[in-house]
Design a protein around this ligand. Structure first.
Ligand SMILES: Cc1ncc(COP(=O)(O)O)c(C=O)c1O
Length: 367
């Protein structure tokens, strides 16, 4: 039997880089022989989901012998009312990651260009590559913040998709709506522009209603329930876009791409704004605490607008291993070309205390 086809696939896949997630707690426990560890690597909400979402998931669990509503009708109704858009302008997905995948695959084919910031969320590059498109990373002017002017200049007749993470992960930087609108005005009308707002709830007061404030025919706003809503394990996110864009994207979507418990949890979580707001405020207070301490130690890597902070130190790699030895899992940023940075998600007050105590000891030793 000829396995040429398999060899060809292996060679093709070898050029693709898989996404490297934060190290799971169980893996660190095994590696280090520890009995407990704290994961501060994936920008998760450390407080858990809203109690209303938990009840909704428990109810949904008894119904999972049935397929979910493939059109996500009820979720779309709730989101449409919240965002003052039509249900046909909403594209729910298995995490906003899947929404990004669907959109990039739908709008950028072989040879088309996808423009993004070099230290923007890494999934844009990975998905563009997997779609056969040409990834066009644009360096940041200051090493952290999207250079919107340079990104606009990088767009040419072959560019089909532009991705902007606002705030960005991993750098935590934020652009105001005026700067974004100037950027949109500088782009051709026929380019799809994905504004990825995975951390929107942490900057809602600054950004306001992006969909109604920004204008571009190819505008897409991406949101997720993974961060402020505490539903990362459910995998649910969505995009808002023109109905025509959503209709195209729907042709690239798998049937039943959002699970029944995920939809139930999201609908219930949207009905618990007070809970979400309370946790967002707690996270912001804890972020400030971490940033102040990092700044005092001279290791603050930049101001963050997400639910994470940046540590910068020439010995970041060594610090990472020393933190892991103490059962704390930060995220290395070497895949972003930021080998002297560590990314630390904001945990609960107790988790952050543990992290700061460990860091105080480590920095004492490392210098
Ligand atoms: C900027 C950004 N966009 C999208 C995602 C994907 O999130 P999810 O697929 O959990 O919705 C993440 C996750 O970390 C992110 O940081």
């Amino acid at each position: 039997m000829s396995i040429d086809w398999l060899q060809r696939a292996v060679v093709q896949a070898a050029g693709l880089h898989p996404y490297v997630p934060g190290k799971p707690v169980e893996q660190l426990l095994r590696e280090k022989g520890l009995s407990e560890a704290t994961k501060l690597a994936s920008n998760e909400n450390p407080y858990g989901p809203s109690p209303k979402a938990i009840v909704a998931m428990q109810r949904a669990a008894a119904e999972v012998h049935r397929y979910p509503d493939g059109n996500a009708t009820q979720l779309k109704q709730v989101l449409a009312a919240r965002h003052q858009v039509g249900s046909d302008q909403l594209l729910p997905g298995n995490g906003s990651n899947e929404v990004l995948e669907i959109l990039i695959h739908a709008f950028a084919g072989a040879g088309d260009k996808v423009v993004f910031s070099q230290r923007g969320f890494i999934v844009y590059a990975l998905v563009a590559q997997a779609a056969g498109a040409v990834p066009v990373p644009v360096p940041e002017a200051d090493g952290l913040s999207h250079d919107l002017e340079a990104m606009a200049k990088a767009v040419d007749a072959h560019t089909k998709v532009v991705c902007v993470a606002n705030p960005n992960n991993p750098t935590g930087t934020l652009h105001g709506q005026d700067a974004l609108q100037r950027f949109l005005d500088a782009l051709p009308r026929e380019v799809l522009v994905i504004i990825d707002e995975a951390y929107y709830e942490y900057v809602a007061d600054v950004l306001g209603d992006s969909w109604h404030r920004l204008e571009h025919p190819g505008l897409v706003i991406c949101r997720t329930f993974s961060k402020a809503y505490g539903l990362a394990g459910c995998r649910i996110g969505y995009a808002i876009a023109d109905a025509g864009i959503v209709a195209v994207a729907n042709r690239f979507r798998a049937p039943f791409n959002v699970s029944l418990p995920a939809m139930a949890a999201a609908i219930a979580a949207l009905d618990d704004d007070a809970w979400v707001m309370d946790r967002v405020l707690a996270c912001q207070r804890q972020r400030q605490r971490l940033e102040q301490q990092f700044s005092t130690w001279g290791v603050l890597g930049g101001e963050s607008h997400g639910n994470f902070v940046l540590l910068r130190h020439p010995d970041a790699g060594r610090i990472l291993h020393m933190l892991e030895d103490q059962g704390i899992i930060p995220r290395p940023l070497a895949p972003y070309g930021m080998a002297d940075f560590l990314h630390v998600s904001v945990g609960t007050e107790a988790e952050n205390s543990r992290c700061l105590e460990a860091l105080a000891e480590i920095l004492n030793e490392v210098g």
